[in-house]
Design a protein around this ligand. Sequence first.
Ligand SMILES: [Zn+2]
Ligand SMILES: [Zn+2]
Length: 357
Amino acid sequence: MKAVIYTGESKIAVEDRPKPLILEPTDAVVKVLHTTICGTDLHILQGHVPSCSPGRILGHEGVGVIESLGSDVTNFTVGQVVVISCITSCGTCHYCHRKMSSQCESGGWILGNKIDGTQAEYVRIPHAAFSLHLLPDTIDQKVAVTLSDTVPTSYECGILNGDIKPDSTVATIGTGPIGLMILQMAKKLFSPSMTAVVGRGHARLKTAMSMGADHTFSVLDGQDIATASALSATSERGFDVVIEAVGTPESFGIAQTLVGPGGTIASLGVFGESCELHLEKLWNRNICLRTRLVDAISTPDILKMVDTDSIDPRFLISHSFSFDDIHGAYKAFEAPSKHGTLKVVVTMPHIITNGSS
Ligand SMILES: [Zn+2]
Ligand SMILES: [Zn+2]
């Protein structure tokens, strides 16, 4: 089968690999229909993820058909279409019992990292009973690739960790797929009194405006000007909820400036360097700071929200590619401002060739 390989350099390679087999009775092998590329894959290519060794098949997101099942997996049947969770969960360990499967003792984020991932024609999924989700045929299979990681991350690490309440003022920092999905969820699921988005590129901020943001601010106009303008939109009170979805010292600094007394910072950026926490300014402001790696425990809820149109992730899919043009897909994803990219869907060849592989 064809697979996307991390070569140890900044480029991917497409190689032929043997089709994966069931190794444990709790495994499934899934024939991948659609997959996607994540910012985390780019972190791997940049050499920032030491747990991922060269030779690894990349990818932790996808939708596929169950090809074979280990004898212990009794909640699925061969031929069912499933969403592959970006987090592998054993369902029984110390952390899984505490609904923290990101820290699962024999799972967590292992796909496309510690074991071979989803950017391939087939993938082996350990702990399949807890790590796959049946996809109803009412949900578009391409759009459903966003349910592996992007939407649960937006919901768990942004919306839930931000503790949004009706009437909250909500600032989102970052206008990538997750920042924009958080904006949509905040607007659709709660009734925030005001939403503001802080970003860089004006095109993305325009998108945020078209999605109903009350205010947008660009750090390209000067970070101090952007934060001062954002604070003035709250009558200098600061925001009740600040969701930091970038992961740089700059964005973390902005989050601390924008949070108001009693407010919450939900930080979900993938940080590659240390940042300053200004407790000398925050200690007496009753704030809460939360971090989280997605646990993907909300996926069943999210499937229902999409199915009932409570949220609509279709806008996230900006580009579609066939697997033959995986290099084009990476190029588009690596230069989002040039190509206007949010998420790219990559469709595997067996779809195009009508079932043969
Ligand atoms: Zn991802
Ligand atoms: Zn576990």
